[in-house]
Design a protein around this ligand. Structure first.
Ligand code: CTP
Ligand code: CA
Length: 223
């Protein structure tokens, strides 16, 4: 085994990956969530582990299972995910944030099931912490930090804005415009924007293949 693993490019590196959605509780039976399947994050975690990295996968609610041995931490809400990320970031050489974190969470969580009434109903929300931006502030020179951007319009401008604002090494733009791309599909069409604003475009591929492309960029940065 030791012989086989010798040639692996990420041997000795620690990687942290976030995956899936977060669920923000409204009451004991309801939540605010999104359509993220977790597939992209799990593909990334598997690929990083296959390349020799020691992986911590921080996963929101998902049916996905990792196929390579790794440490998995299951979380539910954006606040839980933040806590897990802060606990593991300092030791991570590589961090890839592919989770679809809720941007808002209910201000109050009802302790009993909310009963329906005759009128309409609204829930007061507050912003969650931007986990990736927080990590961008803590990032040291030798740490690689990668984010995702999911956009439906003005994608390039928005992706570049996030790249800079969150202090990333590169950002992976996921095009929802493309037929073969998105939350529930097995494929994605990505474009990577690098810190120096260089751009790398890729064809529509399986999420496993997309994960390989992303890892190749990470390996380049570590050299
Ligand atoms: N992200 C995060 N914590 C949040 C929101 C987003 O860590 N509370 C991360 C995501 O994991 C992703 C990146 O930030 O890597 C961009 O997420 P996205 O939802 O595309 O962008 P936002 O900054 O939330 O802006 P908006 O939703 O308005 O486009
Ligand atoms: Ca968001």
């Amino acid at each position: 085994e030791a012989e086989i693993r010798k040639g692996l490019p990420l041997l000795g590196k620690k990687a942290m990956v976030t995956a899936g959605p977060t669920y923000e509780a409204i009451d004991p039976v309801r939540f605010i969530g999104n359509h993220s399947s977790g597939k992209m994050g799990f593909a990334l975690a598997n690929e990083l582990a296959n390349l020799g990295a020691s992986v911590t996968l921080i996963a929101g609610p998902t049916a996905e299972k990792a196929t390579t041995p790794m440490q998995r931490i299951d979380v539910v809400s954006a606040a839980d995910m933040l806590e897990a990320c802060l606990a593991h970031f300092a030791e991570s050489d590589i961090t890839v944030m592919s989770a679809a974190v809720a941007d808002y969470t209910p201000i109050d969580v009802a302790t009993q099931k909310i009963k329906k009434k005759d009128e309409g109903f609204s829930i007061a929300l507050k912003k969650t912490t931007d986990i990736l931006a927080q990590l961008g502030k803590l990032k040291q020179k030798d740490q690689v930090l990668v984010g995702f951007a999911l956009e439906t319009n003005q994608e390039e401008a928005y992706a570049k804005e996030k790249l800079e604002k969150k202090n990333l090494d590169f950002i992976v733009l996921n095009s929802l415009n493309d037929k073969g791309a998105g939350f529930k599909t097995a494929t994605n069409k990505i474009t990577i924007f690098h810190k120096n604003l260089e751009k790398t475009s890729f064809e529509t591929k399986s999420k496993t293949e997309v994960a390989k492309d992303i890892c190749a960029q990470i390996i380049k940065l570590l050299k």
